[in-house]
Design a protein around this ligand. Structure first.
Ligand code: FA5
Length: 338
């Protein structure tokens, strides 16, 4: 038996060495290494051997097979190298030509700003949560202390769907979803798309918000102000003029809004800031005890703050853009700049 292995091994090596075209080389590969080739036959003999002879026989076949597989690969590489050389020599291939460059895509400017905001809050210890774009009236309004027919519903120009469903008007429903699932202490942000019947240079019917929520014992307005100031300094630097202004939201008490000096007129007043010199970027406040009760948190024990930042407004201020609609027109000349 070993003689037979040696014989086929030697023959195969000589045959591979002698092959003078790729096609011949492949024919020889099939003859020896193919599914029905001579090495498969050698292996079939294994069954008829005495068990004591099987290991040595198997090893000898495998070693020989490995060796001629290598001989095949070496010869194949030689042919391929020769083929390339011939193409270069005959002038059919010019290897001095510069390579083709493939254009690479980039993240949309809104996604870039959103990623930057998320990373700032992650560094402050907040984790990320998500909620659905299609919401129920309960999560978008009722649980947030906005009962049916209450005039405060007018603050959100709602796009209604059928069966009491709606396109969420803000990311605040994620607050409720998170608090119903988790117990305090918690610090969460929820970035996402929101929808309103709104349209002008600073209002888009589809836009993005980043919600923030922190609940623990003993949380005060000064904690909220500290976190938001850190965030604003990280996004705009310390020199940008920013103001906290008292405001009203049904789910926070006290509430505030934050404005940043208008980028277009630097505070003088223009069409973008409606002559006020400021652009409103976020709403915030201390969570109303009624909201805590709605999620079965004890308002005597826990307190917290929440905020909702307009991501397009941050992008407008960062990049000096005077019309929110530019973000959604998908004009490649505009998008390439970021
Ligand atoms: C809210 O939506 C509240 N949910 C924010 C909040 C969260 C308050 C938690 C308290 C606690 P408001 O409607 O003001 O608030 O919107 C928040 C921010 O979204 C605004 O400051 C503004 O920056 C941005 N914004 C609002 N409407 C639009 C719009 N149509 N297009 C672009 N940005 C908008």
């Amino acid at each position: 038996m070993p003689e037979k292995i040696n014989k086929i091994h030697e023959e195969a090596k000589i045959a591979f060495e002698a092959a003078d075209t790729l096609q011949k080389l492949d024919e020889i590969r099939i003859k020896y290494l193919g599914k029905n080739g001579l090495f498969t036959d050698l292996m079939k003999n294994l069954a008829s051997l005495d068990p004591s002879e099987k290991p040595a026989y198997g090893k000898a076949v495998n070693d020989a097979k490995k060796d001629i597989e290598q001989a095949f690969q070496d010869k194949k590489s030689k042919f391929e190298g020769q083929e390339l050389f011939n193409l270069v020599k005959s002038g059919q291939l010019d290897i001095t030509l510069p390579g083709k460059s493939f254009p690479r895509g980039k993240k949309h400017p809104i996604t870039q700003v959103m990623d930057e905001m998320v990373s700032i809050f992650e560094r402050l210890g907040f984790s990320v949560a998500e909620g659905p774009d299609i919401e129920t009236e309960y999560f978008n309004f009722e649980a947030l202390n906005i009962p049916p027919y209450h005039p405060s519903r007018d603050m959100w120009s709602t796009l209604w769907l059928e069966d009491g469903l709606l396109l969420r008007t803000h990311t605040s429903p994620v607050q409720i979803r998170v608090m119903k699932k988790q117990k305090p202490p918690l610090a969460v942000i929820a970035p996402g798309r929101v929808y309103r019947r709104d349209a002008d240079v600073t209002h888009s019917p589809v836009f993005h918000q980043l919600e923030g929520l922190l609940v623990d014992t003993d949380i005060k307005f000064s904690d909220l102000k500290g976190v938001l100031t850190l965030f604003l300094h990280a996004v705009f630097g310390r020199d940008k003029k920013v103001r906290f202004r008292p405001s009203y939201f049904p789910f926070t008490e006290p509430s505030c809004e934050v404005d940043v000096e208008c980028v277009m007129c630097e505070g003088d007043g223009c069409g973008v800031c409606k002559q006020s010199g400021w652009l409103e970027i976020l709403g915030a406040g201390i969570i109303d005890p009624n909201v805590l009760k709605n999620v079965n948190y004890d308002p005597e024990k826990y307190s917290g703050f929440a905020f909702g930042v307009g991501i397009e407004r941050i992008a407008m201020l960062k990049h000096g853009i005077g019309d929110i609609r530019l973000f959604f027109e998908n004009d490649i000349r505009f998008l390439r700049q970021f």
